[in-house]
Design a protein around this ligand. Structure first.
Ligand SMILES: *Cc1c(COP(=O)(O)O)cnc(C)c1O
Length: 232
């Protein structure tokens, strides 16, 4: 076992312990919370090590990096999550490998991703990303526009509306953000049965996300260590 494999195993143990505690405090079953290991900037070998440890869900935020890893790791049983800002000209590529796209935040993306899914002869599960940060460029649709965007995804033949995602603004109280997300998510699930995924929580705020019903937590640094350079 390499030093890196041992380090990842120890980090994964600590992460599972945090999730177990958060679930116990919230009266939830840890089996309801899927860990998406966000491996951006880390090499494909780290993904191999995580898969060997039982991690099945891998998240990437840039298509160029993701598609290289997808090709290199074609022998592995990985569910790929696209969690970053999506450009329309990347939809063709992302629709080819993503098991879940977390970051649909505008109507034009719905049309582009739907066409791409059709070209790939796939049905692509999609989350609507909600932005609680009014700063432009942060990503996410305004809370007031979530219902319409969710309906557009649901109406797209090759997309499957699966729920909502957010990245809590760093300056906000995560409990307040995730509580608002949960309210929106309940409304979406009521209108669209089966759209019950709540992708919320990262390394710093997963306890709060679990408290507010997260079904998917997206974990980078707590598993892999600190990234050397900030990426998207
Ligand atoms: C990088 C990233 C994460 C993981 O962040 P950490 O704080 O390192 O856990 C989660 N979600 C998205 C969208 C990301 O880009």
């Amino acid at each position: 076992v390499s030093g890196r494999a041992a380090e990842l195993a120890a980090n994964l143990d600590r992460l599972r312990e945090r999730i177990a505690r958060a679930c116990a405090a919230a009266g939830r079953d840890p089996a309801e919370v899927t860990v998406v290991a966000v491996t951006k900037t880390w090499p494909a070998d780290d993904i191999r090590r995580l898969v060997a440890l039982g991690v099945r869900n891998i998240g990437e935020n840039r298509d160029q990096e993701a598609r290289g890893k997808v090709a290199e790791l074609a022998d592995l049983d990985v569910r790929w999550h696209f969690v970053g800002r999506l450009q329309r000209n990347k939809c063709r590529s992302v629709a080819g490998y993503a098991s879940l796209v977390h970051s649909v935040d505008r109507p034009r993306l719905v049309a582009a991703l739907n066409r791409a899914a059709e070209a790939a002869d796939r049905v692509v599960p999609v989350l609507v990303q909600v932005g609680f940060d009014p700063t432009p460029g942060r990503g996410g649709t305004a809370p007031a526009d979530v219902a319409d965007l969710a309906a557009a995804v649901a109406a797209a033949e090759r997309l499957r509306l699966s729920g909502l995602m957010t990245v809590a603004p760093p300056t906000d109280d995560p409990d307040a953000v995730f509580a608002r997300l949960a309210e929106l998510a309940h409304a979406v699930a009521a209108a669209h049965p089966g759209a019950d995924v709540i992708s919320a929580g990262m390394s710093a705020d997963l306890e709060s996300a679990v408290r507010h019903g997260a079904t998917h937590v997206r974990i980078g640094s707590a598993l892999l260590g600190h990234r050397s350079a900030p990426v998207g």
